[in-house]
Structure formats: structure tokens, C-alpha cells
Design a protein around this ligand. Structure first.
Ligand SMILES: NC(=O)c1ccc[n+]([C@@H]2O[C@H](COP(=O)([O-])OP(=O)(O)OC[C@H]3O[C@@H](n4cnc5c(N)ncnc54)[C@H](O)[C@@H]3O)[C@@H](O)[C@H]2O)c1
Length: 341
């Protein structure tokens, strides 16, 4: 067992948009330290390694990193369709693994990954970071404190602003194909599924509609509406995608005693109780500024080093994938899909 003061040296696999963000945020953390960077695009591995310090090794091949880097754990931040095989390789090489969301593209693959980690006695965590970011963790704290009573109704809207010709991370070529991403619910909105579960509890049933209205360069939807029935009897709706020109990330969650509403863009959380004379109250929220990523990486390191309970688990990652999978089944079969487990 490691001692307080110990640091986890980690290898980063995938040094693109998200991997380089992990590398930057790690610079602010005491418990974890980038020891090696790997990307099939060797220039990216070298740039990430150099930015992190002169003793960080660079690799262009995952097998080389796993064999030679001498690290006990890795972060997997490669495109979605590669997660399963890279995670299984890393576990087979004896590494603890932090895997970016979506955990994989099917529940069956998630089960294979969880079973492999269990059998090898390795730790596996999934980067469902949204619930840890300042606005969302504030909403979760208020719900957890019982402010509104048991949550029974939730509405979440998340849409990337659609601006014609705009460049950015979401133009990476692998993102244009469902075979690579799983579709928009895997690529982006496993975040909202995880948030909704973390506020409302487990889901009993999912129905969904999905269309691609405005993105002919992609072979999957740009607008989805998903309705969820929760096991506690509550109901919810997620509207998401990239169709609206005005980007939004907002929601409202309601229980018997009142409602809490958030707006991610404005970094705001407000609540109002239903008791007489109640007014809408603004709740102070710190700017996230990387806090969500820092808390998930710190938690992973402390799980590996000190066996502390992690803030988000592989089962959370699997359940978000399960909701995405069920939603697409609902779209294909035009009926509600029960969630068995
Ligand atoms: N948690 C979040 O909020 C969040 C945000 C963005 C992306 N992500 C996730 O992070 C992952 C990466 O997304 P991104 O935006 O960084 O994509 P990206 O295209 O910017 O980066 C992916 C990198 O992986 C490299 N790569 C591909 N196959 C590889 C392999 N077999 N071995 C080593 N390197 C390989 C590519 O060369 C590229 O540099 C995706 O799963 C995405 O869903 C999570």
C-alpha cells in the first residue's frame, strides 16, 4: 500500500484535445504526475511530453508504452471505438486504467472490460466528468442535502451552437462516423445520462427520437429527444445535439419541496422552494476552470495509491452506455425500452 505523499506516475494514451487537457490539468495536481505520453501521431506524443517536463517519455505505439514506460497506470484518451481494446491491453499488462467516456460502444464491451479488471485485480475508472464540474456538483450537493425533497422530474437541454463553417475539435475526422463515435449520445450525451442518473437514481425505461437535420457530413443524428422513467417513479427529458444555433447547457430538477435550475453557460444555479413567501435564491458557484478534471484525476490517483473510494466508477460509465444503447434501440424500434439492470 502506498503512503501519503506518494505520487502516481501515469502514462497518457492519446494526446489530442482531451489527452492534452488531462496533461495540462495534471500539472496542478500533487497526487499524479505525467511520466509518459503516447499517440500514433508521434509529434503529438512528443509535444505533450515536452510541455509536461524534460523527463516525460514519448511513444508512438501503445504496446511499446505498456512494455517499456515502467508506469503502473494509464489514461486512455483515444477515439471512442478504440477504448475497449486499449483498456483490455493495458489491464493485461498489469496497469490500473482511467478511461475517457464513453467507456465503450456497447454494454457487452463494458461488461468485458469490467470483468477483465476484476479478474486481474486492477482498477478501472471512467471519465464521467460532468457530474464533478462546479455547476453540476453544486446541483448534486443541494439535491443530496434534501433541499427539494426526492427529485421526481428533470429536464436537461444541451446543444452545441451550430455555426456554419466553424472549425474545432468536433471536426476531427473520426467524429464524422457512427462506427467510430457510437453516435451523438455516446460521443457527448453519456455526460447528461450520467448527470441525470446521479440526481434521480436508476432508470427503468427509455424512449427516444433522433434526426440528422443539418449535418450531412456526418452519418448520425444532430438532434435527439430522450424521455426517461426512473425507478423511483420520477420522469425526465433530455433534449440534446448540435442542431440549435444558440448553444445551451441547462436544466431543472424538481421534488416535492421545490426546484433547482442550472445554466452551465452562465455558471449559475438557482432554487426556489414551494413554501409560502419563498423567493428564487442564487447559489454561489465557483468557476470550474478545470476543477472537474482535476477532481476525477485526483480521485483516480488516490484510489490507486490509498484505496480511497472513487468519485465515479466503471459501473457509472457502463450505465451511461446502457442508456445510450437503449435510446438508439428505441429510435430503431419506435417503442420504449426497459432497462433490466
Ligand atoms: N470528458 C470529456 O468531457 C471529453 C471531452 C472531449 C473528448 N472526450 C473523449 O476523449 C476521447 C478523445 O477525444 P479527443 O477530443 O481528444 O479526440 P482527438 O481526435 O483530439 O484525439 C485523439 C487522439 O488519439 C490518438 N490515437 C488514435 N488512435 C490511437 C491509438 N490506437 N493509440 C494511441 N493514440 C491514438 C489520435 O492520434 C489523437 O491524437 C474520446 O473518447 C472523447 O469522447 C471526453
Amino acid at each position: 500500500m502506498a503512503r501519503q505523499g506518494d505520487v502516481l506516475p501515469i502514462g497518457l494514451i492519446g494526446c489530442g484535445n482531451m489527452g492534452s487537457s488531462h496533461a495540462r490539468q495534471m500539472g496542478a495536481l500533487q497526487e499524479i504526475n505525467l511520466a509518459a505520453a503516447c499517440d500514433v501521431d508521434e509529434a503529438k506524443a512528443r509535444a505533450t511530453a515536452e510541455a509536461a517536463g524534460d523527463r516525460v517519455a514519448a511513444f508512438a505505439d501503445v504496446d511499446e508504452l505498456l512494455r517499456r514506460a515502467g508506469i503502473p497506470a494509464v489514461i486512455v484518451a483515444t477515439p471512442n471505438f478504440t477504448h475497449r481494446d486499449i483498456v483490455l491491453k493495458a489491464i493485461a499488462a498489469g496497469k490500473d486504467v482511467f478511461c475517457e467516456k464513453p467507456m465503450a460502444l456497447t454494454v457487452a464491451d463494458c461488461d468485458t472490460m469490467i470483468a477483465a479488471a476484476r479478474e486481474a485485480g486492477r482498477k478501472l475508472m471512467v471519465g464521467q466528468v460532468l457530474r464533478l464540474m462546479s455547476v453540476y456538483s453544486t446541483v448534486r450537493r443541494l439535491v443530496g442535502e434534501g433541499l427539494i425533497g426526492t427529485p421526481q422530474a428533470i429536464r436537461v437541454l444541451r446543444s452545441g451552437g451550430r455555426i456554419t463553417g466553424q472549425a474545432g475539435a468536433y471536426r476531427a475526422s473520426w467524429r464524422a462516423k457512427r462506427a467510430n463515435t457510437g453516435g451523438i449520445l455516446f460521443e457527448v450525451h453519456v455526460h447528461e445520462f450520467d448527470l441525470m442518473r446521479s440526481l434521480m437514481g436508476e432508470v427503468a425505461e427509455v424512449s427516444a427520437m433522433a434526426e440528422n437535420f443539418f449535418h450531412p457530413e456526418r452519418d448520425y443524428e444532430d438532434h435527439v429527444v430522450v424521455t426517461l422513467r426512473f425507478r423511483n417513479g420520477g420522469i425526465g427529458v433530455l433534449e440534446a445535439g448540435g442542431a440549435h444555433a444558440i448553444g445551451s447547457t441547462e436544466g431543472i430538477v424538481t421534488g416535492g419541496k421545490g426546484s433547482i435550475a442550472y445554466n452551465g453557460g452562465r455558471n449559475s444555479v438557482v432554487y426556489r422552494l414551494v413554501e409560502p413567501g419563498s423567493e428564487t435564491v442564487d447559489v454561489p458557484v465557483e468557476r470550474d476552470a478545470g476543477r472537474g478534471i482535476q477532481s476525477e484525476l485526483t480521485s483516480f490517483a488516490r484510489w490507486v495509491l490509498f484505496d480511497e473510494t472513487p468519485v465515479v466508477t466503471a459501473d457509472d460509465g457502463r450505465r451511461a452506455v446502457q442508456l445510450a444503447e437503449a435510446a438508439y434501440r428505441s429510435v430503431a424500434q419506435k417503442r420504449a425500452i426497459a432497462i433490466d439492470d
